[in-house]
Design a binder for this molecule. Structure first.
Ligand code: NAD
Length: 313
C-alpha cells in the first residue's frame, strides 16, 4: 500500500481538494500527484497542470511519476453539462478514454472512476436498486452510464482493475460544489451561517440522495483498498448516505440557527432532480466490501455549521 504512486485528475474540485489531502494522510505527501486544468490556490510541489483531453500529456505525467493508481475526477457536472451537451459528452468521454489508454499502455494497476446517481432516470420509481434500469435524462448521466460500461469492458478485456461508486450529492464544508443539481445542499449552510436568506432552486419536497464528504472519502478508499475478489460489481456500486428534501435540511438547520429563512424558486434543475431516484439501495457495497455510512442529517448539520462558523468568524 505504501508503495503506491497516485495521480488525481480534477484535483482542485469539490471532491479532489478534499480527496488529495485524505490520500496524502494515508499514503504520504509525495506519493499523491494532484493535477487539474487550473493551478491550485496553494502552491504545492506535487502538482501537474494537465488538460486531461490531452492524451500525450496525460501519458507523459503517468510515466514521469511512475503512477500505479489514477483517480479520475475531471468531468462537467449535471447542471453545467446541460448548457453545452455535445461539449460535455466530448470532455467527459475523451478524458476517460485517455485515462483508460494511459493506464493500459503504462501498466497502471488501479483506476477510480466516480459515477453518479444521475445514471438513473424516470423509470426508477423511488428507490434505485443496484441493477435498476439506466435511462439517464442528462448528458452528464448518459456519459456516466457509458463510462460505467467502458469500465466493465476494460476490466473484462484487459484486466484493468477499475473500481467505481455512484456518488449521491456530496456535502462538504472544505470545498464548494462545481455545478451539480445537489449544490443547494452546500450553499444552504453557507447562507445560514452568514445569517442570510436562502433562495432554493428546488421545490421544498424534492427528496434526493446525499452523502457527507467524510463518509464519501471513507467509502472511496475502502473500495480502492478492498481485496480484488470482493469486488463483484465492475460497472459501478450504488452508494447511499442519507436522503432529504430542502424542507428537511432547513428544519435541521433551524434546530441550531433559529431564525434561518428559506424560500423556493425552482429552475431547470427541478426537472433534473425529478428524473433522479429519491433513495439508493447500496446493499451490494455493504455486503461486498463492508460499507457503512456514519452521518445522519442532524449530525452532518452540526458539523457543517460548526466548521463554517470557524471559517466565517
Ligand atoms: P468539480 O466540478 O468540483 O471538479 C472537477 C474538477 O475537474 C475541476 O477542478 C476542473 O477544473 C477539473 N477539470 C475539468 N475539466 C478538466 C480537464 N479537461 N482536465 C483536467 N481537469 C479538468 O467536480 P466534483 O464535484 O469534485 O466531482 C468530481 C467527480 O465526482 C466528477 O466526475 C463528478 O461527476 C463526480 N460526482 C460528484 C458528485 C458531487 O456531488 N460533487 C456527485 C456524483 C458524482
Amino acid at each position: 500500500m505504501k508503495s503506491e504512486r497516485i495521480l488525481v485528475i480534477g484535483a482542485n474540485g469539490q471532491i479532489g481538494s478534499v480527496l488529495v489531502e485524505y490520500l496524502r494522510g494515508i499514503y504520504g505527501e509525495n506519493r499523491i500527484i494532484a493535477s487539474d486544468l487550473r493551478e491550485p490556490e496553494l502552491k504545492t510541489d506535487y502538482f501537474e497542470k494537465l488538460d486531461a483531453t490531452d492524451a500525450a500529456g496525460l501519458s507523459s505525467i503517468v510515466r514521469k511519476h511512475k503512477i500505479t493508481q489514477i483517480y479520475h475526477l475531471a468531468a462537467i457536472l449535471s447542471a453545467n453539462g446541460e448548457k453545452e451537451p455535445l461539449k460535455t459528452w466530448d470532455i467527459n468521454m475523451q478524458t476517460y478514454f485517455n485515462v483508460l489508454e494511459a493506464a493500459r499502455e503504462n501498466g497502471v494497476k488501479k483506476i477510480f472512476y466516480p459515477s453518479s446517481i444521475a445514471v438513473f432516470g424516470v423509470n426508477v420509481d423511488v428507490t434505485a436498486e443496484q441493477y435498476s434500469f439506466l435511462d439517464p435524462a442528462t448528458v452528464y448521466g448518459i456519459s456516466k452510464a457509458a463510462g460505467e460500461n467502458w469500465s466493465n469492458y476494460y476490466f473484462k478485456r484487459y484486466g484493468l482493475d477499475i473500481r467505481s461508486l455512484r456518488y449521491p450529492g456530496i456535502i462538504s464544508y472544505q470545498s464548494m460544489p462545481g455545478g451539480g443539481t445537489t449544490d443547494y445542499a452546500v450553499d444552504i449552510y453557507h447562507k445560514a451561517v452568514k445569517g442570510e436568506h436562502f433562495e432554493c432552486f428546488l421545490k421544498e419536497d424534492t427528496t434526493l440522495p446525499m452523502i457527507y464528504m467524510s463518509d464519501a472519502m471513507d467509502a472511496t478508499v475502502r473500495l480502492m483498498e478492498a481485496a480484488s475478489d470482493k469486488i463483484n460489481v465492475r460497472t459501478s456500486y450504488n452508494l447511499a448516505g442519507m436522503s432529504f428534501s430542502p424542507k428537511e435540511i432547513a428544519a435541521s438547520i433551524r434546530k441550531l440557527i433559529l431564525d434561518f429563512e428559506i424560500s423556493y424558486k425552482p429552475d431547470f434543475r427541478q426537472g433534473i432532480a425529478e428524473s433522479w431516484p429519491q433513495q439508493i439501495d447500496d446493499s451490494f457495497a455493504k455486503k461486498d466490501w463492508g460499507w457503512r455510512p456514519t452521518y445522519t442529517l442532524d449530525k452532518m448539520t452540526e458539523e457543517m455549521i460548526s466548521e463554517l462558523q470557524k471559517k466565517y468568524k
